[in-house]
Structures are given as C-alpha cells and as structure tokens.
Design a protein around this ligand. Sequence first.
Ligand code: ATP
Ligand code: MG
Length: 174
Amino acid sequence: MAKKGLLIVYTGNGKGKTTAALGLAYRMLGHKKRVSMIQFIKGSWKYGEMESVKRYADLLDFHVMGKGFIFKSEDQEADVKAAREAWELAEQTIAANRHQLVILDELTYLIKFKMVPEDRIIKALTEKPEMMHVVVTGRDASERLIELADLVTEMREIKHPFHSGIKAQKGIEF
Ligand code: ATP
Ligand code: MG
C-alpha cells in the first residue's frame, strides 16, 4: 500500500499522550526530518522538553502557546483569544508544509471547550499536505476527530501514582 502522511490521535485519561508524541518527534529527528510541536496548554512547570528542544534547534520548532489557559479562566475572553492565536499558528504551520511531523499537543481541549470552531479544525486537518504526519493529543477527542484520523490510540488509566499521593516528578511528568 502506498505511503501517506497520517493523522494520529493520542487520547484517553491515562498518562502518556504527550510523551508518545515527543517519542515520535525524537524518532523523526533521528532521520533528520523537520518537526513542529505546538503546545496549546501548559502549566507553570519547567518542562524538560522545553530545554531538550534547544539541542535540535535546526530541525525542531517548538511553540508553547496560551500558558495554562482554560484552567485559570479568570479572563475567559483572553483565554479564547490566546486559543485562537495558537490555532492560527497551527493552521499556518500545516499549510506551509515545511515539516514532516506537526504535533498539536492538547488540541482536543480547544474543541471540547469550543474555543475554536470544530469545523475550522477539521477543515485544516482534512486539507493537510498529503505526506505530512500530524499528531493530536488530549483527553476526550471528539467523534469527528476520531473519524478523520488514521491512527487513534486511547491511553486508559489503570494506575497512576497521583492516586497514591505521589507528587509529579521531574523527568516523568515535566
Ligand atoms: P504526559 O505529558 O505525562 O504524557 P498526558 O499528556 O497523557 O501525560 P495530560 O492529560 O496532558 O496527560 O496531563 C498532563 C499531566 O497530568 C501529566 O503530568 C500527567 O502525569 C498527569 N496525568 C495524566 N494522566 C493522569 C491521571 N490519570 N491521573 C493523574 N494525573 C494524570
Ligand atoms: Mg498531555
């Protein structure tokens, strides 16, 4: 069967979605392929990946957008504006076709909380360049996103140390 760029979705309530996407990025970089990762939601931790990416600056574009929006939401209008701007960058990145892999980390929340119209997101993903691989992560992936995707994996929580009172640890959670 012919090759094609895949739309990959990592969803579910278990840990490993963003980590899996980073694993693919690492694999692509080993083949000297260009990668763009856009993180739509991030907390205030100093994430290890933000440091690692500096070593691959020639091949890897890394954008952290909308720091912690949605969960703070003291100012919802500002949150929606930040989400829209982040999505516009994603649209431009896909259309520009300069990367073999584009990771849209936690994009599902923009759909879930109706911060960007789902039609618009589905359209951009439907029209993505043929050979470009796109990864979407986040809980509660919408039905339309799952329908459109070529590969969907659900991370399902069986155990998480959080429930035994173990706090987030450097190198594992961030
Ligand atoms: P990771 O970034 O570790 O791959 P993820 O992308 O699958 O996790 P998110 O839903 O983005 O998970 O949540 C990010 C943070 O929440 C991570 O620190 C992760 O360890 C934590 N987390 C993920 N799943 C659970 C869970 N089931 N219970 C408690 N904390 C969780
Ligand atoms: Mg994640």
